[in-house]
Structure formats: C-alpha cells, structure tokens
Design a protein around this ligand. Sequence first.
Ligand code: SF4
Ligand code: ZN
Ligand code: ZN
Length: 314
Amino acid sequence: MKCSLCDKEAVREIPYMKMYLCREHFIEWFDQRFIRDSKRYRLFENSKRVAVAVSGGKDSTTMLHLLSQASKQLNIEIVGLTIDLGIDNGTGYSRKSVETAVKNFEIAHVKYKVIDLGSDYNFTIDKAKRGTNRPACSVCGLSKRYILNAAAEEMDADTLATGHNLDDMAQFIFSGYVYGNLESLSRNSMVNPPERGYCVKKVKPLFFTPEGEILHYAILRGYPFIYDPCPYSSEFGSVSQERIGDMMKSMEAKMPGTMMNMVKTFEKQIRPALHDIYSRDEDVGRCKLCGRPTTKDREICSFCSIKNKLAAKQ
Ligand code: SF4
Ligand code: ZN
Ligand code: ZN
C-alpha cells in the first residue's frame, strides 16, 4: 500500500483517519498531532515546569521524548521522575526499568530524579507482596500516586504528566460503565486541575493515542524501552477487567476506530455531564505522620499505614 501523502510504501494504516503513511509521514503526523492535541485540550495552559513520570516502558518513554522535543513550542520546562519500586522476584524488573528511564532522560537531556522506595521509604513492592495480604498492584498503585505527587511538588513542578494511552482509557471507561464506577469516571480526564489537597495538575498527553501507534513510533524512532512485563502483571486488575480488555481489542479488530470513538465521545459528552453531578468540594484531611493529603475520615494516609505495617514486621 502506498502512503496517502507521497509515493513511498506505507508502514502504518491509521484507520480512523482513513490514511496510510510512510515512515517519514507517520513520524511527522504523530509529532504534529501531539502538539496540536496538547494545545487544543489546553494541557499545559499556565504550566511552567512539568514533571514527566517515566517507567522505562514504551508509553512513558515516548511521552518523555515528545514533551522534550515540543517543550519550546509548548513553553514549558521538563523534569523527569522515575521510581525504583523494588520489584525483582528473580527478574531484575525494577533495576532494568530505572536504568532504561535514566538512559532516556540522558538522551533527551532532561534533569531527573530517581526515587528509591527501599532507601527513601524503607519498603519495596517485593516486601509488600510478602508482608501484606493486599495484591502487589494495589500497594504499587498507591505508592506510585503518593510518591509522584510528593516528588513533583519537591521538584517545584506545577504539572505531572503520565503515559496512559487510548487503550488504557477505553478499558477504564468500559469497565466503569459495566461496574457503575461513575464517580471515578467523572475524574478520568486528559487534564485534571490540582484538587483534594494536591498541588499539581495531572495531564495524560497520550489519552487519545492508540497503544499500537505508540509502540510503532517508539521502534521507528529507536528509543530504548523495556519490553519485559512486570512479574506481577498477571495480578493487574481482575479477571473480568482482563476480559473487558480482550473484548475491546476484538471490537477494535472488527471495527477499527471503536476505541477512539468511545474515548472521544466520553471526553466530549459523557465526562462533563458526570463531572457536573459528582464534582463537589471534598473535605481533605492531613496525614498525622507525613502531612500529605488524606480523606477526612483517616488520621494516617494509606501510604504511611502500609509503610508502618511493613516496618513493624521487620
Ligand atoms: Fe506495579 Fe502491578 Fe504495574 Fe507491576 S503490574 S508495576 S506491581 S501496578
Ligand atoms: Zn509519505
Ligand atoms: Zn502519610
């Protein structure tokens, strides 16, 4: 198949645009769309310093390079953040993730900070897996949220960017409909202002970018990223969520563009309506141990509770 814009062989079909693109036009179109979407959805309006959370996987690595390339046009400064979560389980997963993230920060000439769960907070996800009855992903998710918010504030960033892609969003939205998690759907946006006691705005610049396109782009650009899955990834989400993910993929294969339509309709029409119903000023408390935000009914935040529980077992 020929490229829709020149005579070269196409390397990628963009079904929802009814386009085929050669290597050069795919890269150019991908770069331009990133800047266009960032401006159209006002992701960085009033942002000065953006902390980019990088795990070493294809999504966050690609986001780092796109933001670094576009920083002048978007008028923002970029700083990098990565966390050594202490996930090994015989695979060296966290060591490889951090090494890859650091390699990319250096290639992109971005200042960065590595937060080490083991030495900075005295526990690791491996220890939590052995020492609590909570699933590894639940402790990992709450630790990442806590640390990224705290580290972004410490680095004087006003914005935190994460690498969630279109496929993640489609699965989250569909599962929210199935299980009726309307309140969390109402907060699932490409851009969330600082709220509930947090000081940084959260943005997801790849919200409308399909996972397959990100992978293809990262390979064509030659970015180093890790392919290995986390050894606990089979625990990620419930079996039913995994089935929802599979169902979304087979719908996309039969009707290309389904995920894009679903996420666009959600962001344009459904989320604003949900937001009107569920947005309210929530009373925020402060954790007695670390001083960071917590819900009004908790004296100690969930992160400090886990940390203390594991310390008591040592
Ligand atoms: Fe953390 Fe689970 Fe993701 Fe592994 S799969 S990095 S444990 S959230
Ligand atoms: Zn072309
Ligand atoms: Zn705390």
